[in-house]
Design a protein around this ligand. Structure first.
Ligand SMILES: [Zn+2]
Length: 487
């Protein structure tokens, strides 16, 4: 009878499940929040990423994180900055629009429309500044806007036509943030944005060689950031969080795929529509003309097997994309891989995002390292609304009302209690019991393609190693011993 190789180590101790202390037993450290736009949670699987791997060893890696719906850039970034779902922070789209004048502004120009961003939820820069901290932001969506009369004090907004993929520019940005802002100007918090691998993912698709090359550039950049932190003497007092706004999926075309083209749906006419946002990836929103809502809804619903149509009030609650006056009365969502075209197909991207945030391809990544984080700890998934309360906690500021929870991330943090335990454990307290469980031939990554809620929960509560090496002969000789005992 074959039995097992030691693999899982379960420490049953009196401290398991004990409440963690909320405070960090050291002076406040600085915090750098970095977003690499459109970095899907699994982009490090098919590319060598020594610097991202090194950061996971030195800190925290989440299996993945779930962005808010719509899974698009400005709304999802504003969720990182506010901890609010999109219906609650009100930045409901990348585009600003006016239903009366029909005016629309694309992503870049929307950055300068104050009233679009400033509608009740304060980004963390303003809250930090109001509580006496110094904040900065470089290229992060929302940087240019004024909130209740205040802007982020130190900022850099990219020019109208900007190459978001230029690695030399990236390094200049990093030198600005770490050298000038953190070191010389002594800022406490900075948000830093890079526009890749999103653009490459759109253009060539997430499974392309070009995307893999861009992930290598991201990885080199992570190495550059950590070296720069060291060079400026910041390593011991700077926490770094790296995440993104959404993932990316391959757009399905040709062959058996029937594209969604609204004008071809029987009974639907754009003449019944007062204002619409279509031709923008996998979602669309519509304001039908007076009295036309039910007619338009009935025509579109069932109009294409991969198109889902909701009246605003019937949107699934888990999407948190309903309760805001800016959201239009009809919302259209395509299945993964499909995009919604209006009059005729005008979207040619090979990769797209904006889909239901339950889809694994929309999930993104999360890494963190620094003096307040545990080392070499892999944690289970959480929603990106919870990055905000984590950041407020790290900065020691009181958060605004938000939809996240510090309980989602608290286990990542070194607390004063951890320090106490490591200092006194050998000489104090009852002896801990130890249960060693091993599973025969359980490869390190067997939990990647199967739902393993119980293993995930165990990782959340305590420790998960990325993998372990079986190198020593002593280990191998254990095998027959275990077999014999079992028989
Ligand atoms: Zn994006």
């Amino acid at each position: 009878m074959l039995l097992t190789v030691p693999l899982l180590l379960l420490l049953v101790s009196p401290s398991l499940g004990a409440p963690l202390s909320g405070s960090i037993a050291r002076p406040r450290n600085k915090l750098l929040l970095i977003s690499f736009d459109g970095f899907r949670w699994d982009y490090d699987r098919d590319v060598d990423t020594p610097n991202l791997d090194g950061m996971a060893l030195d800190g925290i890696k989440a299996t993945y994180v779930t962005p808010p719906f719509l899974t698009i850039t400005s709304p999802a970034h504003f969720t990182l900055l506010t901890g609010r779902y999109i219906e609650n922070h009100g930045v409901i789209h990348n585009m600003w629009f006016n239903i009366t004048t029909q005016e629309k502004k694309q992503y870049y120009m929307t950055q300068f429309v104050d009233e679009y961003w400033d509608n009740g939820s304060l980004p963390i820069w303003i809250t930090a500044q109001r509580q006496g901290l110094k904040a900065g932001s470089l290229h992060f969506p929302g940087t240019a806007a004024t909130y209740q009369g205040q802007r982020v004090q130190v900022r850099e907004v990219e020019p109208r036509f900007y190459d978001y993929s230029n690695e030399t520019e990236w390094r200049m940005s990093i030198d600005t943030v770490l050298g000038s802002w953190f070191s010389e100007q002594d800022l406490d918090f900075v948000s830093l944005y890079f526009g890749e691998p999103d653009t490459t993912g759109h253009k060539y698709g997430p499974e392309s060689a070009e995307r893999r090359e861009m992930v290598k550039q991201v990885d080199r950049t992570v190495g550059y950031i950590r070296t720069a932190a060291q060079k400026h003497g910041l390593t011991d007092r700077l926490n770094i969080i790296i995440t993104a706004d959404h993932g990316m999926t391959t757009v399905l075309r040709n062959g058996p795929v029937k594209e969604i083209i609204l004008s071809q749906i029987p009974g639907f006419s754009f003449r019944d529509i007062k204002f619409q946002l279509a031709d923008y990836g996998p979602t669309a929103m519509m304001l039908p003309k007076e009295g036309m809502l039910d007619k338009v809804y009935s025509a579109l619903k069932g109009g294409h097997p991969n198109l889902h149509v909701y009246k605003k009030e019937d949107m699934p609650g888990r999407l948190h994309y309903s309760n805001n006056p800016r959201i239009l009365p009809l919302i259209l969502i395509a299945d993964l891989g499909y995009v919604i075209n209006g009059l005729f197909p005008v979207q040619y991207s090979k990769g797209e995002h904006g889909f239901d945030n339950q889809a694994m391809d929309m999930k993104t990544f999360f890494r963190a390292a620094g003096p307040d984080f545990h080392k070499n700890l892999v944690v289970g998934p959480f929603e990106t609304v919870s990055v905000y309360p984590l950041m407020c906690h790290l900065l020691g500021i009181t958060p605004e009302t938000n939809d996240g929870s510090l309980e989602d991330t608290r286990h990542m943090l070194i607390t004063s209690e951890d320090t106490d335990i490591s200092e006194v454990a050998p000489s104090r307290g009852p002896r801990k019991k130890l249960l060693l469980i091993s599973l025969y031939g359980f490869r390190w990554d067997y939990d990647r393609d199967a739902d393993t809620p119980n293993l995930d929960v165990m990782a959340l509560c305590q420790v998960k190693a990325i993998f372990v090496n079986i190198a020593s002969p002593a280990h191998i000789t254990l095998l027959p011993v275990f077999k014999k005992d079992a028989n």
